[in-house]
Design a protein around this ligand. Structure first.
Ligand code: ZN
Length: 393
């Protein structure tokens, strides 16, 4: 994946040239890419294609209509193919302010294959911005000279990140792992330093437990100041846009711990019940952190709040969000999943439970069936049968 991005922060607009490469080993004859309908496609280059079609299609996962680019090649094609989309647009208020442009996991700025927005890609990201501006991404720049930045990495397709601002303020951890809080525009305040210390404590805890086979060596917390939500990025980073994010409050500690843990809990499908491998695991990980810092009352309160919502809910295995009202998703995938994990924890004990989570994380387990395998290997067939029953109830 090659992404060439030109930013005009004064107007919040950008132009992007996105090159998608299909390796020779992939013999798919039709490629469909979905692109945000607010970013008009200016040019499509598809050497060797037989047919190309640009249409509009409703994409239910985003509950939005998108531009669909469909390119067809001759069957039995054994050559690598390249598709380049050039498009331009202006970010809306949710992802840009007078101080910052935030192109990241929730900005919907990168085209993607249907149902594969989170596919892992190797990418290079070349960014141009006016000389008065700075650009940040989840990795340090490989090269940087006046107005040009080059980044490269491996992450979920739609999580490729570029933040641009006239000024970034940052605070960095004094000891390993290397943790950086990066804030766009406004100067750092006391809460931002507290955030750094809390993140260091959370990452330290995770590196000893769930992440001990695949630990975090570097982590970035972005504070773009856009005022919307918080989300974890696979590439050792999180974006927090809530104003007044203060880890003196338990609610924010939980959000931070949840989002950091998505570094490990992001491999389940986001499109079906396997999302419990992401969301219930992240939620329970954040509760485990409360327990670890001795906030037992907080743990019990937060656990009970979630458990209460799980009465008379459908089973996790096979749960189909389209068959229920919106709120059921959180009750089943997040909350019921958390209850099941707590029950598994109680059944196998802390030592085995952490061993199990660490293995699940290190193997980047992406299906419930594969998780049940890990459970069987770690805790025996009876526990597997028990868990299967819990997930079916
Ligand atoms: Zn989450």
């Amino acid at each position: 994946m090659r992404v060439q991005l030109q930013l005009a922060p004064a107007t919040g607009s950008f132009t992007c040239r996105y090159t998608f490469t299909l390796p020779a080993s992939d013999t798919t004859s039709t490629i469909q890419l979905n692109l945000n309908r607010h970013f008009p496609l200016q040019r499509l280059s598809s050497p060797g294609a037989l047919r190309r079609r640009i249409s509009r299609t409703y994409y239910s996962f985003f509950a939005d209509t998108m531009q669909r680019v469909e390119v067809q090649y001759a069957p039995h094609n054994h050559k690598a193919r390249q598709l380049t989309l050039t498009y331009a647009g202006t970010l809306d208020k949710s992802t840009s302010t007078a101080q910052v442009m935030e192109l990241s996991g929730h900005s919907n700025w990168v085209p993607f294959r249907s149902n594969q927005e989170y596919e892992i890609v190797k990418y290079t990201l070349a960014v141009r911005a006016p000389a008065a501006y700075q650009v940040r991404s989840t990795t340090p720049a490989l090269r940087q000279r006046r107005g040009r930045w080059l980044f490269s990495g491996r992450t979920s397709n739609i999580e490729i990140t570029a933040l641009v601002a006239k000024q970034f303020h940052q605070v960095v951890s004094a000891t390993a792992p290397l943790i950086t809080v990066v804030k766009a525009g406004a100067a750092l305040v006391r809460q931002d330093t507290a955030l750094l210390h809390q993140a260091a404590a959370i990452i330290g805890f995770y590196n000893r437990t769930i992440g001990r086979q695949d630990s975090i060596a570097r982590f970035t917390i972005f504070l773009p100041g856009t005022n919307r939500d918080a989300f974890g990025l696979l590439d050792n980073a999180t974006v927090i846009t809530y104003p007044g994010f203060d880890v003196a409050e338990r609610e924010y500690v939980l959000i931070l711990a949840h989002e950091i843990s998505h570094k490990w809990w992001s491999y389940g499908s986001f499109h079906d019940y396997n999302d419990w491998l992401n969301e219930a695991f992240a939620t329970y990980s954040s509760l485990l952190y409360l327990q670890a810092i001795g906030d037992t009352a907080g743990y019990q309160q937060e656990y009970a709040k979630r458990a209460q919502t799980t009465a008379n809910t459908p089973a996790i295995l096979g749960f189909d969000r389209d068959k229920y009202e919106r709120s059921m998703y959180r009750r089943v995938v997040y909350n019921k999943g958390t209850v099941v994990l707590a029950a598994l924890h109680a059944r196998v004990g802390t030592e085995k439970f952490y061993a199990l989570l660490a293995t699940t994380a290190a193997r980047k387990i992406s299906t419930t069936a594969a998780f049940l395998e890990v459970v069987e290997q770690t805790a025996g067939p009876a526990t597997r049968t028990w868990l299967q029953a819990e997930l079916t109830r």
